[in-house]
Design a protein around this ligand. Structure first.
Ligand code: PB1
Length: 336
């Protein structure tokens, strides 16, 4: 008999629950395949897939290639897609973003036609469509908030009219959720939901995305509208305002460096909460994997489990297909 050493040991031994088989039984966080939202870059400038060098495994896709990729992802268990457009023209106002024959609008119609049950979410912003690369209209070196709202609303309505069930404003202009909600309702699109990028930080980890979408700001940066990474309390104010304006789901972005914010937002508001594991997070794991420094599949899964454990209900991730396959395998009892 082991001598008493105070406390509850040796009667209590937590390792008893880490034995093979038991460990799986008591697992607390179990992502499902449908928890992963798959971002797709739909590109009007190419007839063939264009790999994104800084994001191994990710390509900018012409519409029909995006349809094929979505079909394969649905086979893996993915249920929702987040569409980003790469237009064949850009101008000061980002007018291609609300064009009826715009690249995202065309992709949504084709995906809706091919996969009626898929959930199509569209990113609403100007940065991919403006010649200056900012998320709003500019005057001199200022990004204008209020005049931008009407353009974002037009874009969101055009996505909804094409068949998107959810529109996701990622611009970080004040008042955009209310402006979009009002425009959708006036157009009889009251069933279309809003996923607000409510707590979106001015992060270094967006670099690869900006390569992929040709969306880097032509001057300055986005700190005049995206949040300071040092601020957690402010995120709760952002979410509260977006919920009051009509957000149905809320997003924190990036994810891994912001799990405290994910936790606080879910605990405070209890709404469907999405965390976006951004391009830089994805690229870091892929790069370390390519150098043989880390087990990339295990790292992607561990990151996804951590984001879900922190309170996110859904995870936007470029690794959605492999994570969905892993979730299905675990659900069938494969060893974790
Ligand atoms: O994966 C990513 O890095 C996403 C980047 C994100 C897309 N919503 C924004 C990053 C940026 O500020 O450039 C694009 C802003 N509309």
């Amino acid at each position: 008999m082991a001598e008493e050493r105070g406390g509850l040991f040796p009667r209590v031994r937590l390792r008893r629950l880490r034995r093979p088989g038991i460990r799986d039984l008591v697992r607390e966080t179990r992502p499902a395949a449908s928890d992963f939202i798959y971002p797709l870059f739909v590109d009007a400038t190419t007839d063939t897939p264009r790999p994104v060098e800084s994001m191994p495994g990710v390509s900018r896709l012409p519409v029909e290639a995006a349809v094929r990729e979505a079909g394969a992802a649905l086979e893996d268990g993915v249920r929702a897609f987040l569409l980003f457009g790469v237009p064949d023209r850009k101008d000061e106002r980002g007018s291609a973003s609300w064009a009826e024959d715009g690249i995202v609008q065309r992709a949504v119609r084709r995906l809706r036609e091919e996969f009626p049950d898929a959930v199509l979410i569209t990113d609403v912003c100007l940065c991919e469509y403006t010649s200056h690369g900012h998320c709003g209209l500019i005057e001199g070196d200022r990004v204008l908030n209020d005049p931008t709202l009407e353009l974002l609303a037009r874009q969101a309505v055009s996505h909804a009219q094409a068949g998107a069930q959810i529109v996701a404003p990622s611009d970080m202009m004040d008042g955009r959720v209310g402006a979009i909600r009002g425009a959708l309702d006036r157009e009889g699109l009251e069933d279309v939901a809003i996923l607000s990028y409510a707590a979106k930080y001015a992060s270094t980890f967006y670099g690869p995305f900006r390569d992929a979408a040709d969306s880097s700001p032509g001057f300055g940066d986005r700190r005049g509208y995206q949040m300071d990474p040092a601020n957690g309390d402010e995120a709760l104010r952002e979410v509260a305002l977006d919920v009051a304006e009509g957000a149905d789901l809320v997003m924190i972005k990036p994810a891994l460096g912001y799990l405290d914010v994910v936790y606080r937002v879910k605990e405070t508001f209890g709404l469907p909460t999405v965390a976006y594991s951004v391009s830089g997070e994805y690229a870091m794991i892929r790069a370390a994997t390519e150098r043989g420094w880390i087990d990339g599949s295990a790292a992607m899964w561990e990151a996804a489990v951590a984001i879900r454990r922190a309170g996110a209900d859904l995870v936007v991730t470029y690794a959605a297909r492999e994570l969905a396959r892993r979730a299905r395998a675990e659900g069938r009892g494969a060893p974790a």
